[in-house]
Design a protein around this ligand. Structure first.
Ligand code: CP
Length: 292
């Protein structure tokens, strides 16, 4: 089985193959294909999602799959059923691939040792979000042509960010320089990455803003939204200092007016909605790989 649990252990060549295949699907994505005809894909989200869940569903439908959508809120999880029993239940019904998003860290890796069908990580605590980073790399490669030599500033709530981690592991394999910028209490101490000031971060080729993940914060981690914006937000004034070639990214959902000003979300240098569009061909490539 060809699960995709993270990018840390995936080779540069494997990542490149996914990006190349996504480029193919981007060119051929206007109609439904029969790659997954007769196959069942289960989207198992134990944590909320809009982009990831729906772009997986669009990707599955474009590949011709039968799609099952599991939502923890209206399932027997509410009666106390475990994550393992839930996934095992769907596996026993004959699914061919499972897309899974989980809040607790470490559960996915253990689950993958017990489940036979390929599992695709759709967000694993603050550990990894590989398809998000793949679509981010795809977006950067599309703009710059090459990832080697790029400087990428990842700004904000790094501590809680699986997006930052997956991007870090993947971008380094391609020779990109990754730097973080974040408040002292939202740094990730276990990661060996240089931290820079906001002024320094704005000189990068890619300025990737992270969502302040309030739902994962312990009380008091964020003094106020205004103070955060003042110190670490991408304001209109700060954005005016970006290089003409630089791009603004954000995995979304967005706290408008906190980590990024409202006016910048659809700024000509922003790639935020193109990132979402690129999520579909990337997920088509990842699902196809899982079933190959
Ligand atoms: N970027 C991302 O994972 O968004 P969702 O939480 O809406 O899936």
């Amino acid at each position: 089985q060809r699960s995709l649990l993270g990018l840390k252990d995936l080779s540069k060549e494997e990542i490149e193959a996914i990006l190349d295949r996504a480029a193919y699907w981007e060119q051929h994505s206007s109609k439904v294909h029969n790659v997954m005809q007769g196959k069942f894909a289960a989207n198992m989200f134990f944590e909320n999602s809009t982009r990831t869940r729906f772009s997986f569903e669009v990707a599955e439908k474009r590949l011709g799959a039968e799609v099952l959508n599991f939502s923890a809120a209206v399932s027997s999880v509410q009666k106390g059923e475990s994550i393992y029993d839930t996934v095992r239940t769907l596996e026993s019904m004959g699914i061919d691939v499972g897309i899974i998003r989980l809040k607790p860290i470490g559960v996915l890796a253990e689950l993958a040792t017990k489940i036979q069908v390929p599992l695709i990580n759709a967000g694993d605590g603050n550990n990894e979000h590989p398809t998000q980073a793949l679509l981010d790399l795809y977006t950067m490669r599309k703009h710059f042509g090459n990832l080697n030599g790029l400087t990428v500033s990842i700004i904000g709530d790094v501590l809680h960010s699986r997006v930052a981690r997956s991007n870090l592991w993947a971008l380094r394999k391609f020779g990109a320089k990754v730097q973080f910028c974040s408040p002292g209490n939202l740094k990730a101490p276990e990661l060996d990455v240089p931290y820079v000031t906001m002024d320094e971060a704005l000189k990068a080729d890619v300025v990737m803003m992270l969502r302040v993940q309030l739902e994962r914060h312990e009380s008091g981690m964020l003094n106020s939204a205004e103070a955060y914006r003042e110190q670490f937000g991408l304001t209109v004034e700060r954005a005016s200092k970006l290089g003409e070639h630089a791009i603004i990214m954000h995995p979304a959902p967005i706290n408008r007016g906190v980590e990024i000003d409202d006016e910048l979300v659809e700024h000509p240098q922003s790639r935020i909605f193109p990132q979402m569009a690129n999520g579909v061909p990337i997920r088509m490539a990842v699902i196809e790989r899982a079933l190959s």
